[in-house]
Write a new protein. Structure first.
Length: 541
């Protein structure tokens, strides 16, 4: 069965921080795992270069939208590569193919009678001489009273219309906007109410959607799915391909989420193959994002898929909660953030991947703490995983000139590893990645205890056959551990492969031991704990 994985598209208006990566990292672990299983995987994402936040940044810096989008798209691409993300395609929403395919999708919805026009009131800034995009209108949420944008309240997750806001202000100049008439296309989301209710019931029955997605979607459905304007008076974006609507653009309700579909078509076209298989019923599809994007993936995207007669539906909605920073909400405007390009200049990518998986906000908000980050690296990644490999391989290098002793492997360890493939695999497929990695590191700690109990440094002199069995068992375990943790911390796994001269890239036990170890080196270096105070001081500047 094909596996489709869609990672949320970050706005190309600023660097990626740890909160972004915490939300997106599960997608790469899922893609790596399913590829190791031998399944056909398409993993897509890209930079959102049409969104209002890019226009805001461009206005602030006095640059063009393209300048801002180009800068951050390139930075995103480099950051994801350094972190080991294995997107099959990482594209952008200002790509000509994206524009073409979104317009075709829009016309398909129009021809299927899911779009209609209506003259509406919209916020207009007389000072800036423009209709205001939803995110250019700020005010007070009428539901919870928090400060909110014109599209959605981050505090209570209510989907808003800019005119719903109290004390409205233009984000550009701060003046209150006027209300003027304009005509737009509306998507008849209300037509899909019953179908969406059935989709949620099916997901509750079969599993796959995170609990926050189920609860929030049930809330939206209980309130009734409202029709939404899906075009806007915007300077940038995908033009509406209908006569009489020149100058208007297709809004994010359709345009942004359609990126999953357009990316798959672009990828397929570049290879001369069909994209259809990824949108058939029965495809296993994961959508990976933060909880603020839940309605886009649980309501809007399924309705669009249905309206466009595409049969696939979200099998799994992997919607993380939020990550805070040193017990405070991450704030890019206040520079209270840990920027990933900066982190990768000083720390191993596996360190970040390990910490953000083990501390993932899968079911509740979690915190990024420099103290916990550095201690987790030293005690777990280095102290447990790196230590098991280094002590085993260095002992073989010293006592056997790097030749792996020929011996039987402890059958109890072999049985344990076979069960681990099954247990860890089921947890990954259920998107319970944190629990899966915890199970694997518990086994790593078990193998360190096994090494200590067997005392090969003693038995190598008074019971060499026992020493050989201990070392063969540890090498066997290390080979399989490297394969089991590869979806999570791939760089260390690649280094184990180089030292053993083999590639572990399946989801079945590796049975054959290597003959000779080469270029044995520590997987990771210890981080000086002085870095904790240095990083916190840097954060507080």
């Amino acid at each position: 069965m094909p596996v489709f994985i869609g990672g949320a598209w970050p706005y190309a208006n600023g660097s990626l921080h740890v909160g972004h990566i915490a939300a997106l990292l599960p997608g790469d672990s899922l893609a790596r795992y399913h590829r190791q299983k031998g399944e056909e995987v398409l993993y897509v994402s890209g930079s959102d270069c049409n969104g209002t936040p890019i226009s805001i940044r461009a206005n602030q810096e006095g640059k063009s939208v393209k300048d801002i989008a180009d800068r951050y798209h390139q930075e995103f691409d480099e950051t994801f590569r350094k972190l080991g993300f294995t997107y099959d395609i990482y594209t952008r929403t200002d790509d000509s193919k994206h524009h073409q395919y979104v317009q075709e999708l829009f016309l398909k919805l129009l021809n299927n009678d899911h779009l209609y026009t209506m003259t509406i009131d919209q916020a207009y800034c007389a000072f800036d001489n423009q209709f205001l995009p939803d995110r250019f209108v700020e005010g007070i949420c009428p539901v919870c009273g928090a400060k909110a944008r014109g599209d959605q309240c981050e505090m209570c997750s209510t989907i808003l219309d800019p005119l719903d806001l109290l004390e409205k202000q233009c984000k550009i100049c701060g003046n209150p906007p006027e209300i003027r008439e304009t005509s737009h296309f509306y998507f008849a989301f209300s037509q899909f109410q019953k179908e969406l209710e059935n989709l949620v019931k099916k997901s509750e029955r079969k599993g796959g959607w995170r609990d926050n997605a189920l609860k929030l979607t049930a809330r939206y459905l209980s309130e009734g799915v409202h029709d939404r304007a899906v075009t806007r008076d915007l300077p940038n974006g995908v033009p509406v391909p209908v006569e009489g609507f020149e100058g208007k653009k297709i809004y994010v309700w359709i345009e942004a989420v359609a990126g999953y579909y357009t990316a798959s078509r672009k990828w397929a076209e570049e290879r001369g193959v069909s994209h259809d298989k990824w949108w058939e019923a029965g495809v296993r599809s994961y959508y990976v994002h933060g909880k603020d994007n839940i309605p886009f993936h649980s309501i809007i995207w399924p309705a669009i898929l249905s309206g466009a007669e595409l049969k696939a539906r979200p099998t799994a909605i992997v919607s993380n909660e939020y990550m805070t920073l040193e017990k405070r909400k991450i704030s890019t405007s206040q520079n209270w953030a840990v920027w990933v390009p900066d982190v990768l200049e000083r720390y191993h990518p596996d360190s970040l991947r390990y910490f953000l998986t083990m501390n993932a906000p899968e079911n509740r908000d979690t915190d990024f703490s420099w103290r916990e980050f550095i201690y987790s690296h030293n005690s777990e990644l280095l102290g447990a995983y790196g230590n098991l490999i280094n002590r085993t391989f260095k002992f073989i290098e010293k006592s056997y000139e790097g030749k792996v002793p020929e011996s039987e492997v402890d059958p109890a360890v072999m049985t344990r590893i076979r069960l681990l493939y099954e247990e860890a695999g089921k947890l990954i497929e259920a998107a319970e990645l944190k629990q899966s990695l915890e199970v694997l590191f518990e086994f790593i700690r078990e193998m360190n205890r096994y090494f200590d109990e067997q005392k090969p440094w003693i038995s190598v002199n008074d019971n060499e056959e026992r020493a050989k069995e201990t070392l063969a068992t540890c090498v066997y375990a290390i080979q399989n551990i490297a394969q089991l943790v590869k979806p999570f911390i791939p760089f260390g796994s690649h280094q184990v492969e180089r030292m053993t001269g083999d590639v572990y890239d399946s989801w079945e036990p590796v049975e054959n031991l290597p003959i000779q170890l080469v270029e044995v080196q520590p997987l990771y270096e210890r981080i000086d704990i002085e870095a904790i105070s240095q990083e916190i001081e840097k954060l507080n500047r």
